[in-house]
Design a protein around this ligand. Structure first.
Ligand code: PHE
Length: 341
């Protein structure tokens, strides 16, 4: 069913009418009483009950995108066809217009949001210019602690208390300060680190961080949530592996690898023959962080994770140079046309 919906999404994306009549035909085919969308909704009863909600949402999404696209095209053609005869220049070459596409980082960000929304995670955002408290101190980075050096920070010269956020963990703090548990959110956003620009690093990049705080949240919940995510994103056969790590704001902390989805774990140049690729950092929220945000750590626990969107996108689409994301070369961007999220 999902494959079918994706095929229709693809068709929708490639639809390029030459006149209003084409649009009307397309509308009837997709949105008519006996159209594709109605038919998909009718078939929903046959879908596994536990997948039904998700499939329903996908059909709705297809429907909304279809309506939007038809509206857009109609507007365009109505303007064109309403020109009076005297205004028409019959010698003019045919109008050629091309639609833009979503940036690969947006495609991946939206897909991540989409997957976590099935688990009840909402989306939270925060400022890119942060104070020391939200970026470091509340997250258990004491002043002068060497962990601050892990993240090469851009400070504002006139006020060392203010910096460009080095991670989206600052949004976690803002959320916990302002909301009562249960808190379940992901936080996509731009982050900044003073790093030399190369094929593998940039001074501006994107992260998605996740946070779940409630009574009795355990490491098992963290593992299952991340397993669900990677299997949805990279494929059902993906396996995970956790290695102990260190972050000041989580205890215990781990880094998660996934089995290489290119070679299936046999070894290739993407996984440097190890069969595994590292994709994110995670852990149980340190009780000090909960207390700093006025959440009673005796009563509540939580997990958090954070991943780089560039890294995940590079893995998924086998992009070898991170700088491509920022150059906006159409030869690169137009390769992502058929993917919509
Ligand atoms: N904030 C960490 C980083 O930028 C990632 C992370 C988030 C790790 C949440 C653990 C938990 O590297």
């Amino acid at each position: 069913m999902e494959e079918k919906i994706n095929a229709y999404l693809n068709e929708l994306n490639n639809f390029s009418p030459s006149n209003l009549e084409d649009i009307e035909k397309f509308r009837i085919r997709f949105l008519g009483k006996k159209g594709i969308i109605q038919d998909l909704f009718a078939q929903l009863i046959k879908v596994d009950p536990d997948k039904r909600k998700r499939t329903g949402a996908l059909i709705n999404d297809l429907k909304n995108k279809t309506i939007q696209k038809i509206e857009d095209f109609k507007l365009l053609f109505e303007v064109k066809e309403s020109k009076s005869d005297s205004e028409k220049d019959l010698t003019r070459s045919v109008d050629f217009f091309d639609f833009g596409s979503q940036h690969p980082l947006s495609i991946v960000k939206n897909r991540i949001i989409n997957i976590f929304s099935y688990l009840g995670f909402s989306v939270a955002e925060g400022p890119e210019i942060e104070d020391d408290w939200h970026n470091f101190t509340s997250l258990n980075f004491p002043i002068d602690h060497p962990a601050r050096d892990m993240q090469d920070t851009f400070f504002i010269e006139k006020n060392p208390d203010i910096a460009l956020r080095t991670h989206t963990s600052s949004v976690q703090v803002r959320l916990m300060e302002n909301e009562k548990p249960p808190i379940r959110a992901i936080m996509p956003g731009r982050v900044f680190r003073n790093e030399a620009i190369s094929a593998r690093a940039h001074c501006i990049f994107h992260q998605v961080e996740g946070l779940y705080v409630d009574k009795n949240v355990s490491f098992a919940d963290l593992k299952q949530t991340l397993l669900y995510f990677v299997q949805e994103f990279f494929g059902k056969d993906t396996k995970t592996r956790f290695r102990p790590s260190f972050f000041p704001f989580t205890e215990p902390s781990a880094e998660m690898d996934i089995s290489c989805f290119i070679c299936g774990g046999k070894g290739c140049n993407i996984c440097k023959n190890s069969g595994w690729v590292e994709i994110l950092g995670c852990g149980m929220v340190d009780p000090n962080v909960l207390d700093n945000c006025k959440i009673n750590s005796k009563e509540y626990s939580g997990f958090a994770f954070g991943m780089g969107i560039e890294r995940i996108t590079m893995l998924k689409y086998q992009i070898k140079d991170l700088r491509l994301f920022f150059e906006n070369d159409l030869r690169f961007l137009s390769q992502f046309k058929s993917i919509i999220y």
